[in-house]
Write a protein that binds this ligand. Structure first.
Ligand SMILES: C[S@@+](CC[C@H](N)C(=O)[O-])C[C@H]1O[C@@H](n2cnc3c(N)ncnc32)[C@H](O)[C@@H]1O
Length: 211
């Protein structure tokens, strides 16, 4: 799947693998749509919080992190004794993941590839900061539904804020839009945030159950 590159002017076509390379993750850029340095030091606490909340809320045995980057969420779940796997298109991110999780990460292009897991293999899926980067999210939503057990949990985090200069996030929509799309694709919205995930609530976070 091809997209327009952010750094070399309009019309320059870059693959997703090139777009999500070293410059995106660790290039030291000032613009908010790049990471300055995608390191455990800066980012791990978020994944620890989300994985702890998911454990307390759903008590999953197997979790998939979709758009896993360097596998930090996989590491956080595995440290709690949960079988966790991750998928991402970025060769750079996957190859710079902590060594102990690399065997649990697969390279997958979410714009069209199937997820390399059998039907109903997972109790939970986490999907952070990635749906808005896809050209076409229809395949991944049907694939997430396929690999989730009925009643399984889906933690989605996306952004509702658009920036005309941000060419990385091509699929930014309102909360209402996503609620409708996920319902159409067979997910039930879990509107109450009274449990252990309450601390993780933010405007861009939505929790669903597979219908
Ligand atoms: C903004 S980062 C979020 C990473 C991580 N989930 C987090 O919350 O820190 C977006 C991720 O989506 C991945 N991605 C973008 N397009 C993709 C595609 N077509 N297939 C698979 N992964 C993709 C990128 O490589 C990157 O790791």
């Amino acid at each position: 799947m091809e997209c327009y590159g952010y750094s070399q002017g309009a019309g320059v076509v870059m693959s997703d693998e090139e777009t999500f390379g070293r410059e995106f993750f660790d290039g030291g850029k000032k613009e908010p749509w790049f990471y300055r340095a995608y390191s455990l030091d800066e980012h791990y606490p978020l994944f620890q919080l989300v994985s702890l909340g998911m454990k307390m809320y759903f008590n999953p045995k197997r979790v998939l992190d979709v758009g896993c980057a360097k596998g930090f969420m996989v590491k956080a779940f595995r440290e709690q004794g949960i079988e966790a796997w991750g998928v991402d298109v970025s060769e750079y991110a996957l190859s710079t993941a902590p060594e102990e999780v690399r065997d649990y990460l697969y390279k997958v292009d979410l714009n069209g590839d199937a997820l390399p897991f059998t039907d109903g293999y997972f109790d939970c899926v986490t999907f952070l900061g990635t749906i808005e980067c896809l050209d076409d999210y229809s395949k991944v939503l049907s694939e997430i539904r396929r690999v989730l057990q009925p009643g399984g949990g889906l933690y989605l985090r996306t952004t509702f804020r658009t920036d005309p200069e941000d060419t990385i996030r091509k699929n930014v929509h309102s909360r209402g839009y996503w609620l409708k799309e996920f319902r159409r694709c067979g997910f039930k919205f879990l509107p109450t945030w009274k449990g252990p995930l309450a601390h993780q609530w933010s405007y861009g976070t939505l929790l669903f159950e597979r219908g």
